[in-house]
Design a protein around this ligand. Structure first.
Ligand code: CA
Length: 505
């Protein structure tokens, strides 16, 4: 640990000498805290600083004014589990089987022997915590026993503290897990979970739709918890069940607590909010606040969470030396299985902004996400069009903190630290985009290739599609016929990228 701090010290002072007035240099001796605020399904066009006019996001806009706002930042994948797997491991998720969207009783998909982002930062002397959505599985083969110690989980892959929802809001079990235990569980009322046959005798959305406070459009017809039916079945654990309306408050309070406990040492907080994922259930104080329907309201709620984190940093006098990254795990979706009027109430709002597609899709709208990095003591505010990806955190923050990555680990993570700090406009040279399943896109600069999938997809020619995002950000003009050579070249590069990675870049 000593050695790593020394490396950081030299590294940090080197930066300071070049870029900061002499008076500011001593502050660089302390490694910056790092907070990653990850929204769930927040689109490229959903916030004011990215062009939204109908949803007020003053806190996110404030963060953008303090920091660098990236216009070509991506998640690896257009769905939750693979995107989050990549963020924490530095590995493209499609390299590993079983990294698709997980049921709520899945086993942990990160190997505890893997190098992870929190593990690297813990090695650098950071205290590490996750608050919010996990959705990377818990427990060994066969999944977790919800009534006993739940391990392995976040604490076995690099986190010192965890307070989380195991999967998604629309999947059972609808309880929080703190470290190795279900939070607030009454041992006399054990939890059982099934993603096969129904269990218990509680009503389901399928059999008792009259009990629902939010209707269904697709799936989600399992056990009804708090008037909303979920994917899967559960029984027991009544005292531990969450209230959907309170989740943003609960997660934010836990995040604020974590920051407050760690003001005198470097910390890494992965704050994985639930909003605006379904089911969209804002606290009553946010209902109607967007003028743009319930999806807008939960974005306003998320914005409030961001403001609470920023205010906490200011109160603790940590703003200057804390890196705050705000992003999203994938692009937006309107109807994701519940009849919540998200579509009719959009009022002209465009969640993906100028981009085509959204969640589950390989178009830019699926993976290109909002991405703000603020570090007021170090990074000048501005806008960057560098190509960066959430998979790059491992290599970039390892470089920042003087950590080395073992051979073969985090092998898809590119050190884009100069771009993240605003010192370079050059990010990664290329990027594989992934719909979350088996569809792939490939970016080389502003050229984009979409490979033909195994099954036909609407709008994508069977030979694949080629776009020049310079002037065609919306991917409307397929140049595959006009420029077949370029298409073939990009297809070859994609095939090469899909081969197993050899070493960290
Ligand atoms: Ca998501």
């Amino acid at each position: 640990m000593k050695k790593s701090f020394l490396v950081f010290l030299l590294f940090g002072v080197g930066f300071a000498a070049v870029n900061l007035p002499a008076a500011a240099a001593p502050a660089k001796a302390t490694p910056p805290n790092i907070i990653i605020i990850l929204a769930d399904d927040l689109g490229f066009g959903d916030t004011g600083c990215y062009g939204a006019t109908r949803i007020p996001t003053p806190e996110i806009d404030r963060l953008a004014r303090q920091g660098l706002r990236f216009t070509d930042a991506h998640a690896t994948s257009a769905t939750c589990t693979p995107s989050r797997y990549a963020l924490l491991t530095g590995q493209y998720p499609w390299r590993k089987a079983g990294t698709g969207v997980l049921p709520g009783n899945a086993a942990l998909i990160i190997d505890p022997r893997q190098t992870t982002l929190p593990g690297l930062l813990r090695q650098a002397g950071y205290t590490t915590g996750i608050v919010g959505k996990w959705h990377l599985g818990l427990g060994g083969i066969g999944g977790p026993d919800w009534n006993a110690e739940i391990r392995p989980g976040p604490l076995e892959v690099g986190f010192d503290y965890a307070f989380m929802q195991p999967a998604t809001g629309d999947r059972v079990p609808c309880v929080y897990v703190e470290n190795h235990r279900v939070f607030g569980l009454d041992p006399q009322d054990p939890i059982q979970v099934s993603y096969g046959q129904p269990i218990g005798n509680e009503p389901t959305g399928k059999n008792h739709p009259e009990l629902l406070k939010m209707g269904l459009t697709l799936g989600h017809d399992g056990t009804i918890i708090d008037g909303i039916s979920r994917i899967g079945f559960m029984t027991g654990g009544h005292a531990a069940r969450w209230k959907d309306e309170d989740k943003a408050d609960v997660f934010t309070a836990k995040a604020v607590d974590f920051i407050g406990r760690n003001t005198n040492r470097p910390f890494f907080l992965y704050f994985a909010a639930h909003d605006p994922h379904v089911p969209r259930v804002p606290h009553p104080r946010f209902v109607g606040k967007s003028g743009c329907g319930i999806r807008g309201d939960v974005i306003v709620e998320f914005d409030w969470c961001v403001g609470q984190i920023m205010d906490t940093l200011e109160r603790c006098k940590l703003t200057t030396n804390t890196i705050v990254v705000l992003s999203s795990d994938n692009g937006p979706v309107i109807d994701d299985g519940y009849d919540d009027r998200a579509g009719p109430d959009l009022q002209g709002h465009r969640p993906a902004g100028p981009l085509r597609g959204g969640k589950y899709q390989v178009y830019e709208g699926g993976t290109r996400v909002p991405f703000i990095l603020a570090w007021p003591g170090r990074v000048a505010p501005g806008v960057s069009d560098a190509l960066v990806c959430l998979v790059d955190f491992s290599a970039s923050f390892a470089a920042l903190t003087g950590q080395s990555i073992p051979a073969g680990q985090a092998a898809d993570s590119v050190n884009v630290l100069p771009a993240l700090l605003g010192e370079s406009r050059t990010g990664r040279p290329h990027l594989v985009e992934h719909d979350g399943g088996r569809m792939f896109g490939y970016r080389n600069g502003l050229w984009k290739w979409i490979a033909p999938g195994a099954q036909p997809r609407p709008g994508i020619a069977s030979r694949g599609a080629l776009y020049n995002l310079s002037g065609d950000l919306g991917e409307t003009n397929d140049l595959g016929v006009a420029q077949p050579e370029r298409g073939r070249q990009l297809a070859t590069e994609l095939d090469s990228a899909l081969q197993p990675a050899k070493s960290p870049q």
